[in-house]
Design a protein around this ligand. Structure first.
Ligand code: GTP
Ligand code: MG
Ligand code: ZN
Length: 228
């Protein structure tokens, strides 16, 4: 019995490694494409409902006259988020995973074929609402942004460390709700920086626009193009 279990485990690990290796190949293709086109690609990760689409709606509303943004939306079901983004006047492609809990790099390669990428400055990929496995799947992005809303509790960095350890930016959203919650923002920042000392943290409210300027400034700051 123990032998069968061991063999099954070995098979599982082998399949897992194969899936990740295939993902790496497509991620490399995407990364090369973004470099060639000089597009900043952001992979946005969070649990469901932290405010990713709202942040994007507000960001596009503020910046679309200055820079060209497009969005690739990932959801298990529905095209709702892509419709919300299109209503702001920019391109959006919806990927419906029909139950899969993260986006793969090959889905992004396909979505890129459907976008008009000429003159684009930024592509944001809104990943599936899930703080667990999206962090294991490189999509070829330039930067990774993790969003944590204050309504989710101040223990999330410690419970889901990978998403925070692998991110470049942490957006702490819904700060307008802080007066109603026991959310120790200092503790969260300390925990997050312990996992990742290079993490840049912005406290924002997509609802009231508090702190959003810092995020906009970071998004639009000049970056040296990386040679392909
Ligand atoms: N109070 C408050 N509510 C917010 C804020 N940002 C977003 N919300 C609300 O939070 C809810 C979820 O927002 P979405 O933008 O749909 O969240 P999401 O992360 O895109 O959700 P999924 O795509 O389903 O994972 C909505 O009711 C928003 O209006 C904020 O800063 N403050
Ligand atoms: Mg959304
Ligand atoms: Zn998954």
């Amino acid at each position: 019995m123990l032998g069968v279990r061991k063999n099954l485990m070995k098979m599982k690990i082998k399949i897992g490694k194969k899936i990740l290796a295939k993902n790496e190949d497509f991620a490399a293709v995407n990364r090369k494409f973004f470099k060639k086109k000089n597009i900043l690609c952001i992979n946005m990760i969070s649990s469901p409902g932290s405010g990713k689409t709202t942040i994007l709606e507000k960001t596009i509303g503020q910046l679309k006259k200055k820079i060209n943004i497009a969005v690739i939306e990932g959801d298990l079901y529905t095209k709702l988020d892509a419709e919300r983004i299109r209503a702001t006047g920019v391109q959006a492609i919806q990927i419906e995973t029909k139950g899969a809990c993260h986006l793969n790099a090959d889905q992004i390669t396909n979505a890129l074929h459907k976008l008009d990428t000429d003159n684009l400055d930024i592509i944001v990929i809104e990943n599936i609402g899930n703080l667990v496995c999206p962090s294991d799947f490189d999509l070829g992005e330039t930067m990774r942004v993790v969003v944590l809303s204050v309504a989710e509790g101040d223990d999330k960095c410690r419970k889901y460390p990978q998403s925070f350890a692998k991110a470049n930016i942490l957006l702490i959203n819904k700060t307008d709700l802080l007066p109603h919650l026991d959310f120790d923002i200092k503790k969260v920042k300390k925990d997050a920086l312990k996992l990742n000392k290079h993490l840049k943290i912005f406290e924002i409210s997509a609802k009231t626009a508090a702190g959003m300027k810092n995020w906009f400034n970071w998004l639009t700051e000049p970056r040296t193009p990386v040679s392909p």
